[in-house]
Design a binder for this molecule. Structure first.
Ligand code: SF4
Length: 355
């Protein structure tokens, strides 16, 4: 079977045929026709402007399977952003991801198709919060999840993603690590590495001197993943006892423990591809289930689609076309924040390259 690279198709009818072959079970035909026109025009403009499109795994299926030159999770897209030769990077994801692309490519134009595509986790912490923690726990290295804004990355020693968080923490070889800002990811990392974690209040660090802890966390949460419960898992297993349940590490430790597998979005995709369960349930943003179904038509996916990321859903084909036409919305990261943040991101990429 010939694999069509949809990211290069500029004829609407060819795009429609390619999308129909992949998505006819997921997207209604009338919508596929409209989206094919948009996608073909985006690809034409992309070529004309020497742009590259990076698409996060949470993008809606018609976008995910048509225009991105590269798809993946935050880590893969960070690596791609670091290597691109294009003049313009269009980031079909949320603001902190586009910022990461700009941090790694200061001379290129980085566009985010929707101005409002934020993130509850990134909004949960500021650079001043990190500075306060560093004052209270002097000398303790700061690991920051990439789901943060540039100012927070700039205060950090190293970044991590959900796929390399354990490796990054272990690479530091220190007695204590500040791990920010996701409460649940931090607890899951603590569990996996056998470390104890505290979530400090306003008390001075001396108040914790008697406690046995190695990780210092922060109570930020992803508004999508925090909603999944053990009760959801119980209900689904009661109806489908043979289901394999996959949870993102931004879910609570109780949800992760009740699941069959936990990993980043890319790790989840690989798990589905490599295993043969009668059906799967993904505890993550719903579009990813559609995208995995499209890529694995023989696999049955169950989804809890009442839980959606409002920020990822801001990114549409329509807005991506306007972004390319009008060169909007341009992401800027001022110096010296950019270069300080770049050190933390590049240090993470260097560690991940050794995987
Ligand atoms: S899914 Fe959660 S972590 Fe990802 S962008 Fe949405 S709110 Fe942020």
């Amino acid at each position: 079977m010939t694999v069509v690279n949809t990211a290069t198709l500029t004829a609407p009818d060819e795009m429609y045929q390619a999308l129909r072959a992949k998505l006819s079970d997921v997207v209604p035909d009338v919508e596929l026709r409209i989206k094919s026109e948009l996608a073909a025009e985006i690809n034409r403009l992309k070529r004309e402007k020497n742009a590259v499109i990076l698409g996060h795994n949470y993008m809606e299926p018609a976008l995910f399977h048509s225009i991105p030159d590269y798809t993946g999770d935050s880590l893969e897209l960070s690596r791609r952003a670091a290597r691109t030769e294009a003049d313009i990077i269009v980031f079909c994801g949320v603001r902190f991801m586009a910022e990461t692309a700009k941090i790694l490519n200061p001379s290129k134009t980085v566009l985010l198709p929707a101005r409002k595509a934020g993130c509850s986790l990134a909004a949960s912490i500021t650079a001043a919060d990190v500075r306060q923690l560093k004052e209270r726990f002097p000398g303790v290295p700061v690991v920051t999840y990439v789901n943060t804004y540039a100012e927070v990355k700039a205060e950090s020693d190293i970044c991590c993603t959900s796929s390399n968080a354990v490796a990054v923490v272990e690479s530091l070889k220190t007695d204590h690590v500040i791990f920010l800002p996701d409460e649940y990811l931090a607890q899951n990392v603590a569990h996996e590495t056998g470390k104890h974690i505290i979530f400090p209040t306003r008390q001075p660090a001396s108040a914790y001197a008697e406690l046995d802890y190695q990780l210092i966390g922060w109570r930020g949460r992803c508004e999508v993943h925090e909603k999944f419960t053990v009760e959801d898992i119980r209900n689904v297993r009661a109806q489908f006892p043979d289901v394999a349940i996959l949870a993102h590490p931004e879910c609570s430790p109780a949800v992760v423990a009740a699941s069959d597998f936990s990993g980043s979005t890319t790790a989840m995709i690989k798990y589905v591809e490599r295993t043969q369960a009668p059906r799967y349930l993904l505890l993550t943003e719903c579009s990813m289930g559609d995208n995995i179904t499209a890529a694995n038509p023989d696999k049955e996916m169950l989804r809890l689609c009442s839980v959606r990321c409002p920020h990822m859903n801001e990114i549409t084909l329509e807005d991506t076309l306007e972004a390319l036409r009008l060169n909007r919305y341009v992401i800027e990261v001022a110096e010296p924040i950019r270069s300080r943040a770049a050190r933390a991101v590049e240090r993470m990429i260097a560690i991940s390259a050794k995987d």
